[in-house]
Design a protein around this ligand. Structure first.
Ligand code: GBH
Length: 501
């Protein structure tokens, strides 16, 4: 993937939306305040061994109490659009009756944002199902999809007069497969067929949610956010490697984008998972509901990978097997941390570790792949459907251990990551992709799911003792990009992404 050039100045269209993103469970805290009850993440993070260091989101960044200061900080940084999520367990504790106190928090947050001139971008589900619904089968239960639409209407009744952009789900791949096949996310199951049930019911929830919100107000901007990686075959001339890359794509993106944009699961995906596909899963009318037109596809992008099928010519020392492929289905409580990743559509895959610089998560950094991916999504999925793209997450975790002379955290690696990926977005736009915004992940160092607080994605440092917020160098840098709509040229910088795939 030839890297995007960062040695030329790039100016974005004046209407391009700039901002940042967060999620409820990762920042709010106040887990039992105002009637909120447990979500699956409260429950999961209390099970010993599931989250690094035993961390939970009970306090998180205490954003629930500190939101006025956080909004003021965003205003000072020049954030134009703020993506946040609402907590289902705050709005409907126990998944049942709506809580006025729960909605009131979001009501005040939205007013605070609008008062600061920041456009709210609302995500209804960022992984925090009420635990009470999990006890009734969670996403394995088809009923959860219709309950989602009821919850969506509650939030809309409270905020629909002020919030224009609505996202149904964040990264349903993670909810379905990290949650039910890898056991790495709540609810922590390792049963491949159950992951497929969760996948379909999440899609159904999206469909019901879109139908309900459209009927409530046809002028809303509606969409879903999916996570994407680009997968390159190690040897593009070898059919088995190309097929493996296709399996990865279908197992992460195609199994969601197919139903949404083409009204069908990809044929290859159905064949890959045929032996575990639950026969009664898809009912008449499901795919019509799921494929109703949407206005915007949110793209979350972090990394890309090179993959191969067994039996080929593998580069010396570049192979990491055993990282990928789902093993036999385990019991619901099997620990997932050391387990195989949930690529149930890509069994026996071989993952090639390239020598490209990784982030602290161990994710390979390929900004050129991001550009190519956006062009392909626009060309093959969203363009023909008349849907535009917004980057709803992009960012990186790096250790914040370098403090400059002025006491500021000098997160130069994060600045480089953001610069190269924003340049990639610009190159995709130049190539014709309809990308209308970029929301950086994330504002604050926060609860990074199974990794706890150890992995820091924020442009603002959060002290874990005092919860004090301190902008890092990257916040000041990104603030300039947002306020000028321009990425300055950095003369002499060379692409960091060597692989041409
Ligand atoms: C997002 O998920 C979440 O929406 C957000 O809440 C989270 O804090 C943020 O990213 C940072 O993690 O198979 O090893 O190559 C990220 C989802 C999906 C990104 C899987 C990396 C491939 C990892 N991830 N993906 S690997």
């Amino acid at each position: 993937w030839p890297a995007p050039r960062t040695d030329v100045e790039r100016t974005f269209p004046p209407t391009f939306a700039w901002g940042t993103a967060t999620a409820a469970y990762q920042i709010e805290g106040a887990h039992h305040t105002g009637g909120r009850t447990d979500s699956i993440w409260d429950h999961f993070s209390r099970i010993p061994g599931r989250v690094v260091n035993g961390d939970t989101g009970e306090i998180a960044c205490d954003h629930y109490h500190r939101y006025p200061a956080d909004v003021a900080l965003m205003r000072d940084l020049g954030v134009g659009t703020y993506r946040f999520s609402t907590s289902w367990a705050r709005v409907r504790p126990d998944g049942g009756a709506v809580s006025a106190a729960g909605l009131d928090f979001y009501d005040r947050l939205v007013d605070e944002l609008l008062g600061a001139g920041i456009a709210p971008w609302l995500t209804l589900y960022h992984w925090d199902l009420p635990q009470a619904l999990e006890e009734r089968g969670g996403w394995r239960n088809r009923d959860t999809a219709s309950l989602f639409a009821e919850y969506a209407l509650d939030v809309h009744a409270a905020l629909g007069d002020r919030v224009h952009s609505w996202t149904t789900l964040n990264e349903p791949w993670c909810s379905a497969f990290l949650g039910h096949a890898a056991g790495e996310h709540a609810p922590g199951m390792r049963q491949d067929a159950e992951a497929l049930r969760a996948m379909h019911h999440l899609l159904l929830a999206h469909g019901h949610g879109v139908a309900a919100l459209r009927a409530a107000d046809p002028s809303l901007e509606l969409g879903i956010t999916l996570n994407f990686s680009r997968f390159a075959p190690l040897d593009p001339a070898r059919e088995a490697d190309r097929d493996m890359a296709r399996r990865f794509w279908d197992g992460m993106a195609g199994c969601f984008a197919g139903p949404i944009f083409a009204g069908a699961y990809p044929e290859g995906f159905l064949a890959d998972v045929a032996d575990i596909w639950p026969a009664d899963l898809v009912r008449d009318g499901d795919l019509e509901l799921i494929s109703a037109p949407i206005d915007v596809l949110g793209v979350n992008y972090y990394n890309s990978s090179v993959v191969a099928a067994p039996g080929g010519d593998l580069p010396d020392g570049a192979v990491s097997d055993g990282m990928v492929h789902a093993g036999p289905p385990g019991p619901p409580d099997a620990p997932g941390a050391e387990g195989p990743l949930p690529w149930i559509a890509a069994r026996d895959a071989i993952w090639i570790e390239t020598d490209v610089v990784s982030t602290e998560m161990g994710w390979e950094n390929h900004p050129g792949a991001f550009r190519d991916l956006l062009v392909e999504i626009d060309r093959d999925l969203t363009g023909p459907a008349g849907t535009h793209l917004v980057i709803t997450e992009n960012g990186a975790a790096y250790p914040d251990d370098r403090v400059g002379s002025d006491g500021e955290i000098d997160d130069a690696d994060r600045i480089t990551y953001l610069r190269e990926h924003i340049a990639a977005v610009h190159e995709a736009i130049e190539a014709g992709a309809d990308v209308r915004g970029y929301l950086q992940w994330t504002l604050l160092d926060n609860f990074e799911w199974a990794h706890g607080y150890g992995k820091r994605f924020g442009v603002v440092h959060v002290d874990r003792e005092t919860l004090a917020r301190t902008p890092k160098a990257s916040a000041r840098w990104y603030s300039r990009v947002m306020s000028t709509g321009t990425l300055e040229a950095v003369p002499g910088t060379r692409p960091t992404d060597g692989r041409d795939a």
